[in-house]
Design a protein around this ligand. Structure first.
Ligand SMILES: Cc1cc2nc3c(=O)[nH]c(=O)nc-3n(C[C@H](O)[C@H](O)[C@H](O)COP(=O)(O)OP(=O)(O)OC[C@H]3O[C@@H](n4cnc5c(N)ncnc54)[C@H](O)[C@@H]3O)c2cc1C
Length: 498
């Protein structure tokens, strides 16, 4: 197993998408097999050396960054072990260091598709499990958790657990586990996870499947070393529509209608093909920013929506006609809209959507101050009032910001862009106000990015002090040596006071 202590090599493992710049560690190790990882973890536990698991470091909360100890890089555990096609789809068995983009390339040859597709396709599959990532298409397909059939996990004790979905369930809030290392009892916390898209703290609920505890664990419970993912047939095409609105209120109304019709179609309550795959939002300031790269965006526009829909070669025209009729009836001027059907147009749409976070990051680099990025979701019926609240706070504070994201899931990313220390403090205060409102409305402080090292305070607002202590206790039951993913989800000091 390689171990690198050279400062120049280590440097790359001290930065991710979070903007954290003070991470440090003594070495990075690169296991190439499960047994190497097992041996290393066992030894680290004995010596009480903190271990931070690193994926592709595309995370935005610093969860893959170390504050001391050693980094365990998963990049050499990067084999696709098996791809199997079945009558209904198939599955793939992969090591954690496989990138989403590489998996996609391989399974494409088998006519298979991995449905969750988080936007950052350089992320490793292991990282996406550990954060329970989801993407724009989560509106239809949900998060990573739904696609994980089996995992192998190495605990800090060196035990290897193979967990198959549907095999180990909690009795109320207690697991009795025997996965080869003798009988174990694990007590689950008592807090309630909101029933919406969330990656805030450990996912727990009564009678849950053990495998789900490892989705969103942020490298704190165990090292995921093998993953079996369910795959769908690659038998669908996707077209996109970008709709431009002169008034934001009109866009929000259309969002509501698109969600309504999509849910009715999915539940089979109406005979329709209208079932949006994704439903994305761009506010006025996002469009202003995007105009730098896409000057063809119409002027006098307040808001845009991007809608994607699946179709098969057989129903392509029918589905397209249905959308045209639907939008026409809602009074939307289709001559002002963009459609993507050809490969080139689809690439353009992809670029359009992916450019925004990149443009934001460019501004951040130029200003030299970190952005404040939110990742909160609320129940559908609360979205309108929470959105108004966000806007009034932002307007009052007179700060630069953009709002974009997964409006289909009532999940928007607000990026506040301060330009000096004073504005930064103001932005943080606003964020806290937003968090309080979201929590009051039954929402989550993280819908997809996780808590990492940056959002402890918000998780505490969401669940309360007692629940955070329970989370720490849960971690301790899996990792009694207290070495894995320290400072992720909650401050490490909490672990040592239990
Ligand atoms: C431009 C951009 C767009 C993004 N879009 C999305 C999006 O659409 N949806 C979304 O959900 N996120 C998105 N993200 C965030 C990020 O891509 C995800 O959080 C991703 O899941 C992180 O994967 P990674 O491999 O980079 O993990 P890292 O950042 O390296 O680590 C993330 C966490 O996973 C843990 N971990 C990694 N591998 C393992 C393992 N094998 N076993 C146990 N724990 C492990 C780490 O310890 C850490 O806690 C985006 C980020 C960027 C920069």
């Amino acid at each position: 197993m390689f171990r690198k202590e050279d400062k120049e090599i280590i440097k790359a493992y001290l930065e991710d998408g979070s903007g954290i710049r003070d991470a440090f560690c003594e070495a990075v190790i690169f296991p190439e097999s499960i047994s190497e990882a097992q041996e290393f973890l066992r030894e680290s536990a004995l010596k009480k050396i903190p271990v931070t698991i690193s994926g592709a470091r595309t995370g935005v909360t610093g969860a893959g960054l170390p504050y001391g100890g050693v980094v365990l890089a998963t990049e050499r555990l990067n084999k696709i072990l098996e791809i199997v096609k079945t009558a209904k789809g198939g599955y793939a068995v992969v090591e954690p260091g496989v990138r989403i983009v590489d998996l996609d390339e391989e399974i494409r040859r088998f006519g298979l598709l991995y449905l969750p597709q988080p936007t950052e396709n350089n992320a490793f599959i292991g990282g996406t499990l550990a954060t329970n990532a989801s993407g724009a298409r989560g509106f239809k397909y949900g998060s990573t958790r739904n696609y994980v059939r089996r995992i192998k996990v190495v605990l800090s004790s060196g035990e290897i657990w193979e967990i198959k979905r549907g095999e180990v369930f909690a009795n109320q809030r207690k697991f009795k586990i025997n996965l080869g290392g003798g009988d174990r009892e694990i007590l689950l916390p008592n807090y309630t996870v909101p029933n919406l898209k969330t990656s805030a703290g450990y996912f727990v609920k009564e009678n849950m499947d053990l495998i789900d505890l490892f989705m969103g664990q942020e490298g704190t419970l165990g090292l995921i070393t093998e993953i079996e993912l369910s795959l769908a047939p690659r038998d669908r095409n996707i077209f996109g529509i970008i709709l431009f609105f002169k008034e934001e209120s009109k866009a929000l109304d259309v969002v509501h209608k698109i969600k309504e019709v999509s849910f009715l179609t999915r539940k089979g309550k109406i005979k329709s093909n209208l079932d949006a795959l994704s439903l994305e939002f761009f506010d006025f300031f996002s469009l202003q920013l995007l105009r730098e790269k896409f000057p063809q965006i119409p002027q006098d526009i307040e808001t845009a929506l991007l809608v994607e829909q699946e179709y098969t070669p057989e129903n392509q025209n029918v589905v397209l006609d249905e959308w045209v009729n639907f939008l026409d009836k809602k009074g939307i001027l289709l001559e002002n809209s963009w459609f993507s059907q050809t490969d080139k147009e689809k690439e353009f749409f992809q670029d359009f959507r992916h450019s925004l976070p990149e443009l934001v990051n460019m501004i951040v680099r130029k200003k030299g101050f970190p952005k404040i990025g939110t990742d909160m979701a609320v129940p559908g019926e609360k979205f309108g009032s929470v959105y108004k609240f966000y806007k009034s706070l932002l307007k009052e504070a007179n700060l630069e910001y953009v709002i974009f994201g997964h409006i289909g899931d009532n999940h928007l990313h607000i990026n506040i862009l301060p330009q000096n220390g004073e504005e930064f403090i103001k932005a943080k205060n606003i964020y806290t106000e937003m968090v309080k409102k979201v929590v009051e409305m039954g929402g989550t402080v993280s819908a997809e990015h996780g808590i990492g090292k940056l959002k402890h305070k918000y998780l505490e607002i969401m669940f309360g002090k007692e629940a955070i202590k329970e989370m720490a206790y849960l971690k301790k039951q899996f990792d009694p040596a207290l070495i894995l993913g320290l400072d992720n989800i909650f401050p490490k000091e909490l672990l040592f006071t239990l």
